[in-house]
Design a protein. Structure first.
Length: 214
């Protein structure tokens, strides 16, 4: 990262666009989600494919995230579902999470691993029990455009969402109550949000070519 030199890769194998990548918590593996409807798991050092492609989605895999213990991968897809996979087998760990009426564009796992948040083109955010797949909160309504990005706060109490309506909102992760926002200022859609490590700030990236800190 300091030199900008390529340490490994390119990792080749997907047959269509790679939509999302994530490091495992221990840094040993990289997961990738693709428009070829699969998830692949790679050795981060060698680029070797360490598991067969995870197959099950019937649409592009838009977003992926590891559980904090590194044992599961969460994915969101154009097929309007959220799925959870066992890293060791590539098989479903929980039944398919159904509830959105549009593409699932973003997924995030709470710091304690108990909850999964999802943002969708249906303009809502949902929160799921990571073990059972039960909808525990939401859908959170308020955005007037699709929700491109969701992130948990470091303490797991809040969820930030960035939307094509050009705003960021912060929700109570358990109740869906809007606790801050909408944060207005971007002149184009918000495509990425991130909490600072101390949870006091949110950074947002937008099609207006700017980054803002709130």
């Amino acid at each position: 990262a300091k030199t900008g030199q390529l340490d490994a890769g390119p990792f080749e194998g997907h047959s269509n666009y790679v939509m999302s990548v994530a490091f495992s918590p221990d840094g040993r593996h990289i997961a990738s989600g693709s428009a070829d409807q699969t998830i692949r798991l790679w050795d981060a050092t060698t680029g070797e494919l360490v598991a067969a492609p995870f197959v099950g989605h019937s649409g592009s895999v838009q977003s992926i995230a590891f559980s904090p213990d590194g044992r599961r991968i969460v994915s969101g897809s154009d097929d309007e579902t959220v799925r959870v996979w066992r890293v060791t087998t590539g098989k479903h760990a929980v039944g398919t999470f159904k509830g959105h009426s549009g593409w699932v564009l973003s997924v995030a796992v709470s710091p304690d691993g108990r909850l999964i948040a999802s943002g969708s083109s249906d303009k809502t955010v949902c929160v799921w029990d990571a073990t059972t797949g039960r909808l525990v909160a939401g859908p959170f309504e308020g955005h007037s455009g699709q929700v491109q990005s969701v992130q948990f706060s470091p303490d797991g109490d809040h969820i930030a969402s960035g939307s094509h309506d050009k705003t960021i909102r912060v929700w109570d992760a358990r109740t869906g109550k809007l606790v801050a926002g909408p944060f207005e200022g971007h002149t184009e859609r918000v495509v990425s949000v991130a909490f600072s490590p101390d949870g006091h700030h949110i950074a947002s990236g937008s099609d207006d070519k700017t980054i803002r800190v709130w």
